[in-house]
Write a protein of this length. Structure first.
Length: 172
């Protein structure tokens, strides 16, 4: 399940860039119009991202590092960056827009190559919390991301979807 979950994120990462940069854009169109064109073109990818992304979040309740939730939030922030960055490239039509379009993805893949979770490489079938070992500065970046998210959002509770329902009901 984890492999399919990560494949969803990587697929969205690669397909977004290729579909967005292929848009034919008039340079007189404003930035918001270009963002709208990209969002319309990517609507099914975005839908599947929001459906498949949170599926594993409830499994974070059994082992304390909330990897699934924190990575979902990380990729959400990254995709928002792409949704704003690529239209900027299309709007200003830089000479090297394809290269600039690929650079954030290459940087992300470089970061991903050393493990993105606190549980990376550790089996957690026993229900015990993993031992956190920092392997490199790339792994430390993701560990810092996890600590920021855990500090803001706290731990995932056992009844995650029920908690979300209560919070939504609180708004009405």
């Amino acid at each position: 399940m984890f492999a399919g979950w990560m494949a969803n994120y990587i697929f969205f990462l690669l397909s977004f860039r290729s579909m967005a940069i292929g848009l034919v854009v008039n340079h007189e169109q404003n930035f918001i119009t270009i963002v709208g064109l990209i969002l319309r073109r990517m609507k099914w990818h975005i839908l599947f991202f929001f459906i498949l992304g949170p599926l594993n979040i409830p499994s974070d309740a059994s082992i304390t590092p909330n990897d699934h939730r924190n990575l979902f939030l990380f990729f959400f922030v990254y995709y928002v960056f792409l949704i704003l960055f690529i239209p900027m490239l299309l709007r200003f039509k830089t000479r090297f827009s394809l290269i600039f379009c690929i650079m954030p993805s290459l940087f992300l893949l470089f970061l991903l190559s050393d493990g993105v979770t606190t549980k990376a490489g550790q089996w957690n079938r026993s229900g015990t919390d993993p031992e956190i070992k920092i392997r490199s500065f790339r792994h430390k970046i993701f560990l810092d991301w996890h600590s920021i998210c855990d500090g803001i959002f706290g731990n995932v509770e056992n009844n995650f979807f029920g908690l979300i329902g209560k919070r939504i009901d609180g708004f009405y």
